[in-house]
Design a protein around this ligand. Structure first.
Ligand SMILES: NC(=O)c1ccc[n+]([C@@H]2O[C@H](COP(=O)([O-])OP(=O)(O)OC[C@H]3O[C@@H](n4cnc5c(N)ncnc54)[C@H](O)[C@@H]3O)[C@@H](O)[C@H]2O)c1
Length: 271
């Protein structure tokens, strides 16, 4: 099929669930070969099965994005198998697990090891991916349309406004910031880097379960928070990631685009 990513080789992290799975399917439908990456085997194997069931191409890779050597080896494996890399989508992240009794923990109740874990995955994982991709992009040079390679990150509206816990928000604020700074650094190479900033999405994140007994209640809460009145559909964010990964956004770099129904735009008077 001819699509927005026809012939492109894309790595997508956190591809075993939620937004990463949605992006894997959408990128593949638009012609990309998707190297689907996750720390969990069952999810990423299922994502590849779903992509292939639609007649598209993908491969499954196990990798902890917080492990720099493992990320370097991942990029080398994909390039060895597919010949090049065009797109890296840094989507994997973790959050502080809510306490079963207290719910979301405040800063003083959150163990320091959680700060270390979130920094390692949410910031370190993005930096590891960016380094490995930029090295590969630099080695292979620009494509026939002048692109030096594309990086998309998943940040969050928690990186733009106060939302979702201090430590998580701090890590996502770092992704927003590094997206801007790195975009300037690598622009002379023709490499673009942008982020999507989702609002709430009903995935397996933070102990949620899209098929669980609380799913309808969570969806209703998301609709109430969202000025457009939508629930958090991962496909909406994956479609913006598709735009940022494609040549449609050839003159866009260093941006952090909210995909939140207007939640981060200001205070809603909606009842
Ligand atoms: N769900 C939301 O409400 C929401 C809101 C804003 C931003 N986000 C962001 O969206 C992205 C995707 O989250 P989701 O909602 O699809 O969550 P999810 O939990 O459904 O999927 C995340 C995937 O990342 C994988 N992962 C976790 N740690 C990893 C690691 N160290 N290495 C490799 N893979 C790892 C998990 O195994 C999982 O398959 C994350 O960056 C998250 O911060 C989510």
């Amino acid at each position: 099929m001819d699509g927005l990513l026809s012939g492109k080789i894309a790595i997508i992290t956190g591809a075993g669930s939620g937004l990463g799975r949605a992006a894997s399917l959408i990128f593949a439908r638009h012609g990309a070969f998707v190297a689907a990456v996750d720390i969990g085997e069952a999810g990423v194997v299922e994502t590849v099965r779903l992509v292939e069931a639609e007649g598209h191409r993908a491969s499954a890779h196990l990798c902890n994005v917080a492990d720099e050597a493992a990320v370097d080896a991942l990029v080398a494996d994909v390039v060895r198998a597919q010949g090049r890399l065009d797109i890296l989508y840094n989507n994997a992240a973790v959050t502080v697990a809510p306490d079963p009794v207290k719910g979301m923990l405040g800063l003083v109740d959150t163990p320091t090891r959680e700060l270390d874990r979130l920094q390692a995955v949410n910031i370190g994982g993005v930096l590891n991916g960016c380094r490995a991709a930029i090295r590969q992009f630099s080695a292979q040079g620009r494509d026939e349309r002048g692109s030096g390679g594309v990086i998309v990150n998943t940040a969050s509206i928690a990186g733009l406004i106060g939302y979702g816990g201090v430590i998580y928000g701090a890590t996502k604020g770092a992704v927003v910031s590094l997206t801007r700074t790195l975009a300037i650094e690598v622009a002379p190479l023709g490499i673009r880097i942008n982020s999507v900033c989702p609002g709430g999405m009903l995935t397996h994140y933070a102990g949620m379960d899209p098929d669980g007994p609380n799913a309808d209640r969570i969806r209703e809460g998301m609709k109430r928070n969202n000025p457009l009145g939508n629930d958090g559909n991962p496909d909406d964010t994956a479609n913006v990631a598709l735009f940022l990964a494609s040549d449609l956004s050839a003159n866009v770099t260093g941006t952090n685009i909210p995909v939140d129904g207007g939640l981060s735009a200001g205070v809603s008077t909606r009842r």
